[in-house]
Design a protein around this ligand. Structure first.
Ligand code: SAM
Ligand code: SF4
Length: 322
């Protein structure tokens, strides 16, 4: 379905939980979060109802995220059921990759098409520092596993922080030499814990691309219209390098997505505080459809985070899912 600005909204990102097995410094507070009772969360059956209704409005892509989606018990069941919904052609997850290696076969068999794995450094000690507890080896094994079973393309999300991992930009580029992965450098956003780091640590994609071009023979790559990434590759390398630039180069005019939080808030825009809670209409198909349409038609034209350097969303990234 088209929104009020003529954008075709066909992508729903669903955060399954705000809990996580890591504590990335730009995302979660060190002490963790106040745990919501499980009763507050949408049940898988509720999520499937919402997807079925959304599919009749033209949603065909689903991405599960979190918090960490892979800590959810029986996620294979959810993926299998999602993949079988009429109209859904693409089921993906965004994960930190810690638990993925052992689950990848089952998830693929259930109908998972693709994974985005978050990885901000290739050094074990730095990984432990930025995630406050994670084991880099587990993530690297997951990447290899996904490539070996064809759970591809594997996209790697890397948030760059000045003075922390900007020294590794060229190592990440080299990572694409022999591995067919997309490394996507993401600009830090001033949302959640990211607000505290933004002023000192943000790095614009433009600066990073310039550095890469100074060191490699970089060629531009085509992307789809609704893609939020500008894509490049080093001539002769197997993988790609992408830039997701929500701060320096907004992609609102091509935004095709809605978001749903684990407590049932439909969010038409990542950076707006407008939400429509869907819990009240889960047993009323007609009303659920109306609320979804209201969400699509109420999607703002754009966010103004780039000028204000502050997201208007009152939710944290681990609640929305990125
Ligand atoms: N736990 C999963 C993961 O890390 O992939 C999924 C949820 S996480 C919130 C989704 C993405 O949001 C991750 O790639 C993470 O790096 C990114 N993210 C979190 N906080 C951010 C911030 N302040 N600015 C930019 N990206 C952020
Ligand atoms: Fe967890 Fe993902 Fe946030 Fe890191 S970025 S704390 S892995 S939700």
């Amino acid at each position: 379905m088209k929104d009020s600005y003529g954008r075709n909204i066909n992508y729903l990102r669903i955060s399954l939980t705000d809990r996580c097995n890591l504590r990335c410094i730009y995302c979660m507070p060190k002490e963790g979060i106040v745990k919501r009772p499980y009763g507050d969360l949408l049940r898988f059956e509720d999520i499937l109802k919402i997807i079925k209704a959304a599919a009749t409005l033209g949603i065909n892509k689903i991405r599960y995220t979190g918090g960490e989606p892979l800590i959810m018990k029986d996620i294979e069941y959810l993926i299998r059921e999602t993949a079988s919904i009429k109209g859904i052609t693409d089921v993906a997850i965004t994960t930190n990759g810690i638990l993925l290696c052992d689950m990848a076969d089952k998830l693929k068999e259930a109908g998972l098409k693709r994974v985005n794995i978050s990885l901000d450094t290739l050094k074990a000690d730095k990984y432990k520092f930025i995630t406050r507890c994670g084991n880099l080896d587990a993530v690297l094994k997951s990447i290899d596993k996904c490539l070996s079973i064809g759970l591809t393309p594997v996209k790697i999300n890397t948030v760059l922080l000045k003075g922390f991992n900007d020294t590794e930009i060229m190592d990440f580029v080299e990572f694409t030499k022999n591995l067919p992965v997309d490394i996507r450098f993401i600009e830090l956003m001033p949302i959640g814990e990211g607000k505290k780091l933004y002023e000192n640590d943000n790095l614009s994609s433009e600066v990073v691309l310039k550095q890469i071009e100074d060191n490699f023979d970089v060629i531009s790559q085509p992307t789809s219209k609704s893609s939020t990434v500008s894509l490049y590759k080093v001539r002769g390398y197997k993988g790609n390098i992408g830039f997701i630039s929500p701060m320096s180069c907004k992609f609102c005019k091509d935004c095709n997505r809605l978001r749903l939080t684990s407590i049932g808030d439909l969010k038409p825009c990542l950076h707006s505080d407008k939400v429509i809670n869907l819990k009240h209409c889960l047993n009323d198909e007609k009303l659920l459809l109306e609320e979804l349409k209201r969400g699509i038609l109420g999607k703002p034209e754009e966010h103004n985070m780039s000028s204000k350097h502050k997201s208007e969303s009152k939710k944290m990234m681990y609640q929305i899912g990125g």
